[in-house]
Design a binder for this molecule. Structure first.
Ligand SMILES: [Zn+2]
Length: 232
């Protein structure tokens, strides 16, 4: 018997009961997570097994199925543009400007080489992090001032499992991955964290306040966010 689950963090989970399975087995693929489970196991046991491997799954999911970076690869996000251009030289070089990175590769570059992919991925992530440091804290500050919130500090991190968080004593953490989202969703996450300053939970009051700030149904934006997967 097969069925599908949708998890806020992990995306689609394909579950299959196998008559010869003795225990839960999890596998990460580009299109989701595949689970085989023993025939008599309950859904509560499935939930427990999933929780016990959640950190590992989040980590391996981030390594699975990244797109090939070649002359067709583009990033066209509101605060970051990336493109690769062919060049006549022999070496790969990069040029950066605020919100922008251009890489020049010899026309003969073999993009199927792991070494090339790893290098390109590394320079892209580094550029995104640098730009996130420049863009996200001032944007948070502007929204906080506009809506009358005050937080203790803001830091940009590399979290894979959350877009942002607000600690109990109002320190805000934001993932550099936010830079890859459309403006509306990026602002939604910043306002969501600011909204945790007065509301430390996801109560109906929290959602009401947040919907007032974003000017639309905040839960609909949350659903859009859950569907957004950032793979570099
Ligand atoms: Zn929250």
């Amino acid at each position: 018997m097969k069925f599908q689950l949708r998890d806020e963090e992990l995306g689609i989970i394909y579950v299959q009961r196998r008559h010869n399975a003795r225990r839960f087995n999890f596998r990460c693929a580009a299109d989701g997570i595949y689970v085989s489970m023993p025939p008599m196991a309950s859904s509560k046991e499935l939930e427990e097994a999933l929780e016990s491997v959640r950190p590992k799954l989040l980590e391996s999911r981030s390594m699975v199925g990244p797109r090939l970076i070649d002359f067709d690869y583009r990033i066209d996000a509101p605060y970051f543009q990336f493109q690769i251009h062919p060049c006549s030289g022999q070496r790969i070089t990069a040029r950066t400007a605020p919100g922008k990175m251009d890489v020049y590769c010899p026309e003969t570059t073999d993009f199927s080489e792991d070494r090339v992919q790893q290098w390109l991925r590394k320079v892209i992530v580094e550029a995104l992090k640098r730009n996130a440091e420049v863009v996200l804290p001032p944007r948070l500050e502007a929204l906080a001032q506009k809506h009358g919130f005050s937080y203790r500090s803001v830091r940009v991190n590399s979290s894979l499992s959350s877009w942002g968080c607000c600690t109990g004593d109002n320190h805000i953490r934001l993932s550099w991955r936010l830079l890859m989202l459309p403006q509306e969703l990026m602002d939604y996450v910043l306002l969501h964290e600011l909204c945790h300053i007065p509301h430390k939970d996801h109560s109906p009051n929290f959602w009401r306040t947040l919907s007032g700030l974003v000017g639309t149904d905040a839960k609909a934006l949350q659903r859009q966010l859950v569907r957004s997967q950032i793979v570099i």
